[in-house]
Design a protein around this ligand. Structure first.
Ligand SMILES: N[C@@H](CCC[C@H](N)C(=O)O)C(=O)O
Length: 285
């Protein structure tokens, strides 16, 4: 935020999962749920799946404890103004912003970022940014109902909650109507859940798996991509193949993500792009 109160923004995306990025190094911006929802409105605002506030970890109450490990805190908000613990594509776009603007330079090509789900580490390439997050934990099974179709899925914790529903034979992923939220079991997911729908695809390269995925995100509705969702889908695909670790290519409507599940972590890789910069003229809701 400038001394005159003007708020600058950058718009960016990772495989079509798009974000309004608000630089606020010293944590002076009064970001509210209403302002986030107004910015993310695709008719009356800038339009986005979420907001990434770029704030020094030391200057944010939820980042201060991580300030010794990471200079910057990713303050992520969903499009409806709710918070989420983690956003995989957001982290990749956040790092693109830090490096393009010169706010941070990777040391030995690795850049740590503080998030509500702890510190993640990014590896920066010219097109691809890979981020190392926690290893997904498969916590049990639950069900979702979409358009009268009851699907059994696997609950996965990637820092934020996911329900991965592999589609039964004969159900076409592309034909699912995701204009309305799937129903889920609120006793299993009291804080809501991101629901992924997946189907296997032809082998690609030397990857251990290849799946197609669509997602209905908590707080943002259907998006073109979800990084943590891809990690959840990758972990379930590996489990179903009898593997504990490996690499899964996850194709989403917005492009291709590569998920590598290791013993203790999970790497999410894909493109991250900044597309525009400007100044908010009506930022008071
Ligand atoms: N699109 C994100 C996930 C954003 C948060 C999610 N909607 C939630 O509420 O948990 C990603 O790339 O991981």
């Amino acid at each position: 935020m400038g001394d005159d109160g003007a708020v600058e923004f950058t718009k960016g995306h990772g495989t079509g999962n798009d974000f309004v990025i608000l630089p606020d190094p010293d944590g002076r911006l009064e970001l509210t749920a209403d302002l986030v929802a107004a910015l993310c409105d695709r008719r009356r605002g800038l339009g986005a799946d979420g907001v990434l506030r770029v704030v020094r970890a030391a200057k944010h109450p939820e980042g201060a404890g991580q300030a010794g490990e990471a200079e910057w805190f990713m303050d992520y908000w969903n499009a409806d103004g709710s918070f989420a613990e983690m956003c995989g594509n957001g982290a990749r776009v956040f790092v693109r912003y830090l490096t393009e603007t010169g706010l941070a330079a990777p040391t030995g090509r690795i850049l740590p970022v503080a998030t509500r789900a702890g510190v993640v580490r990014a590896r920066v390439g010219p097109e691809t940014i890979a981020v190392e997050m926690r290893r997904p934990t498969l916590t049990g099974s639950s069900t979702a109902v979409l358009d009268g179709l009851r699907l059994t899925g696997t609950a996965v914790d990637v820092g934020n909650p996911h329900l991965v529903c592999a589609l039964p034979a004969g159900v076409d992923l592309a034909a699912l109507d995701l204009t309305r939220a799937p129903e889920y079991d609120a006793t299993v997911f009291p804080s809501g859940v991101n629901v992924e729908f997946s189907t296997p695809a032809e082998p690609v390269g030397d990857a251990d798996g290849h799946v197609l995925m669509r997602v209905y995100e908590r707080g943002s509705a259907e998006t073109l991509s979800c990084g943590t969702g891809a990690c959840a889908v990758g972990a379930v695909a590996l489990r179903d193949a009898g593997r504990d670790t490996g690499t899964v290519v996850v194709d989403v409507p917005g492009g291709r993500l590569t998920v590598t599940v290791a013993e203790d972590s999970c790497w999410l890789a894909g493109p991250a792009v900044l597309v525009a910069t400007g100044t908010l003229t009506a930022h008071r809701p």
